[in-house]
Design a protein around this ligand. Structure first.
Ligand SMILES: [Cu+2]
Length: 281
């Protein structure tokens, strides 16, 4: 037991001290999660912090009660124990209070679940397909641009370009910032999971089925994720690399890939006249 504890402590220390063992986009002594890049991730972090306050309160309360009971009611301090078996008020309190705590957690939790589920008016669609062991990306709104994305082998990693071992890919996913993107996720062979922590998404890729999620990337930059469902031998070697660029740069990239930008949608004014139609009359 002691040896096990020593080993566990050493392992924990190693994780803290060796940056290589932690997530690749992390820094030394970093606390918490990767920085949020989408509103969904921001809400997730807020919800996580809110839960942390609640569980910390519960742990402190229960631990204090335990200490109090141990000190006050041990056989030396309390040689003749009380024969009390019921206390109606106490029983109501310890039933009602946990119910209130659970409701306090459930309400924001369900709100967030529905918020994460889908966006009402996506500006574009991205289709993601998981393969053994790489990702396929399709842009159905952009003239069907599509490509596959494979992890770079260690020998090809160029640190000067900022490439990261086990995370950088040959063809990164390119997406515009400030755009509501509908993400459709499926798989061609076995179960995979499309997960990018800073976007707050982890969507199962299931063969023969399309799962939906959405992202709105707020900041330009490079983001990484990994397949998060055991999918076979090379499960660990199918990372996700996303380059979030400005809308203009994205349009240029689409054209460079041989795709086309969709025509701007006609603005529809609900409950009024459509300005586009009014102009032509
Ligand atoms: Cu996979």
């Amino acid at each position: 037991m002691r040896r096990f504890l020593t080993l566990a402590c050493l392992a924990a220390l190693a994780v803290i001290l060796c940056p290589d063992l932690a997530a690749a986009t992390s820094q030394n002594w970093q606390m918490g999660m990767q920085e949020a890049a989408t509103p969904v991730a921001e809400h997730l972090h807020k919800f996580h912090n809110f839960l942390l306050v609640i569980i910390t309160g519960i742990v402190i309360f229960v631990f204090s009660l335990l200490l109090f009971v141990m000190a006050r009611f041990n056989s030396r301090a309390n040689p003749t124990p009380s024969q009390t078996t019921h206390n109606v008020l106490l029983e109501i309190v310890w039933t009602v209070v946990p119910v209130i705590i659970l409701i306090t957690i459930a309400v924001p939790s369900f709100k967030l679940l529905y918020y994460m589920d889908r966006t009402e008016n996506p500006e574009m669609t991205l289709k993601v397909t998981g393969y053994q062991w790489y990702w396929g990306y399709e842009y159905p709104d952009h003239g069907g641009v599509s490509f596959t994305s494979n992890m770079l082998p260690d020998a090809d990693i160029n640190a000067v370009k900022g490439q990261l071992r086990s995370l950088s890919v040959d063809n990164p996913l390119v997406l515009p910032v400030g755009t509501d993107i509908q993400v459709l996720v499926t798989a061609a062979d076995v179960l995979h999971s499309f997960a990018v922590p800073s976007f707050g998404i982890k969507t199962d890729a299931v063969p023969g089925r399309t799962n939906e999620t959405w992202i709105r990337i707020e900041k330009e930059g490079t983001y990484y994720g990994q397949c998060s469902e055991l999918c076979g031998t090379n499960h660990a070697f199918m990372p996700i690399e996303v380059h979030a660029v400005s809308k203009e740069a994205f349009a240029e990239w689409v054209v460079a890939q041989g795709g086309t930008m969709p025509a701007a949608p006609t603005p529809v004014v609900l409950g009024g006249e459509n300005p586009a139609e009014a102009k032509t009359e």
